[in-house]
Design a protein around this ligand. Structure first.
Ligand code: IMP
Ligand code: MG
Length: 176
């Protein structure tokens, strides 16, 4: 069995789109500073690419959570593995995600973080799979790409912890 990876979004396209989204964020937060919350591990790559393009003052913090299901049916139970190091009260916070699927993770995180009274709390994602959404209350302010219901990897996203380092977004095609 071998893995073949088909390019869905090239490195050039990814970079061009991150340029555009960063420019929009610089405009929207002009005159303010922004606290980026990177959700480990998948969004590390997107967070670094995006933050390099931000010209407004930026700070960042990291948190980690995992989503559990039972069998093939996701129950949407989210467990917090690592909390933020710093308080977010009164700060303009932007959560950075690699991909939003059911929205379970984000629904949990938005609730958790909004209770800490940030000045504002918004969401930025590299990819969105809206067809899979269960939590329709999750509002995304910045989306780089909207994709169909495909399992993707690269740009931080993994299959069994592999392929996160691919500089493009790919789709796994398996030869059994
Ligand atoms: P959600 O809680 O269902 O929205 O899932 C969010 C998390 O599931 C993401 O942060 C990813 O870690 C993972 N995930 C969802 N879809 C994919 C995919 O197509 N490839 C890799 N990871 C994915
Ligand atoms: Mg993730």
């Amino acid at each position: 069995m071998s893995d073949r990876i088909r390019t869905l979004i090239s490195e050039e396209e990814v970079n061009r789109r991150i340029d555009e989204v960063a420019a929009q964020i610089n405009k929207d937060y002009a005159g303010r500073s922004l606290h980026l919350v990177c959700i480990l591990k998948g969004s590390v790559f997107f967070t670094t690419e995006l933050s390099k393009r931000l010209t407004i003052p930026v700070t960042m913090d990291f948190m980690s959570c995992s989503s559990y299901g039972s069998g093939t049916v996701s129950k949407g139970i989210v467990k917090l593995n690592k909390d933020l190091d710093e308080p977010i009260e009164g700060r303009d916070v932007l959560i950075i995600e690699d991909i939003i699927d059911s929205g379970n993770t984000l629904a949990y995180l938005m609730k958790l973080l909004s209770a800490r009274k940030p000045a504002s709390l918004s969401l930025c994602t590299l990819l969105d799979k809206p067809s899979r959404r269960v939590h329709h209350e999750v509002e995304v302010s910045y989306t780089c790409f909207t994709i169909d219901d495909l399992f993707v990897l690269g740009c931080g996203m993994d299959y069994d912890q592999r392929y996160r380092n691919l500089p493009y977004v790919g789709v796994l095609e398996r030869d059994e």
